[in-house]
Design a protein around this ligand. Sequence first.
Ligand code: ATP
Length: 305
Amino acid sequence: MIQLYIPLNFLGVLYREIKQSLADMEKLFTLLDQNKEIADKENAPVLQLHGHASPDVEFHQVNFSYEEKRQILFDVDFKIAAGTTTAVVGHSGSGKSTLSRLLFRFYDIQSGSIQIAGQNIMDINQHSLRQAIGIVPQDTVLFNDTIGYNIAYGQPGATHEEVVAVAKAAYIHDFIESLPDGYDTMVGERGLKLSGGEKQRVAIARTLLKNPVVMIFDEATSALDSKSEQMIQAQLKQIAKSRTSLVIAHRLSTIVDAQQILVMDKGRIIERGTHPELMAMAGAYSQMWERQQHHGDGSLSADDA
Ligand code: ATP
């Protein structure tokens, strides 16, 4: 009973905290800093960027399972060169989001290694790792607070000018100015409800304020209207510029310019290359692309994504 009680109690506390204050996946990860399974080694050094604006990210022969007996990733091996964008596509459940969870060290891998700027993420201080990585999640849950607070969240010292600057860069400033109370407008469950595209722009502004050297963009599964989609695309390019980026993509149209595209199937990378290279292979990617064209709106069906 006692053995059962401890983890259940921990989960209960965690669940309540998440329900009350979860802003996004990053917050969840921060809460899980308390997860003692993912512990810092004694005197773990902070991540060193050696003066580089953006670091290489490498997965070396990564094998991973959430639970014993069910392996999720098999010998996953790829490198995102500093300052470039790698996109991951594949059917639902193929392991795309798992890659981002592992890069953030939400879980430890069973074998292989994940390195940032040549440093194994299991050897460095977790806080410094998470400071280096910004996540734009699929669905951003907002705090019941002002929209200004929601953008500044995570960067307590941010000035109003800085918040406005990132809101402009995320193309949400004009919208905020049009609200009755501007940056002081209450949002969230008990305030103004924002659309999916607006929420994602808040998440982008928040990430810009954090100014991370590595970016993870988890594209929303549900299609946005085409104007929002185009805006998000423009912003994505802007924040990916000069940053090492991993894009979990559900719509192939959003990633044609990526320097590298990985196609995942059942936990393995089955194809890799640029969009033209993958099209020339006439394999899984080009089939997905053809199917997407038939949808007309550039989106994949849930089954295809
Ligand atoms: P989608 O496109 O639907 O988001 P995905 O390719 O991102 O899917 P993942 O979320 O990486 O897929 O999941 C890969 C596999 O791992 C799935 O089979 C899923 O059921 C399993 N999985 C994900 N999270 C957990 C977890 N916390 N515990 C156990 N299994 C999990």
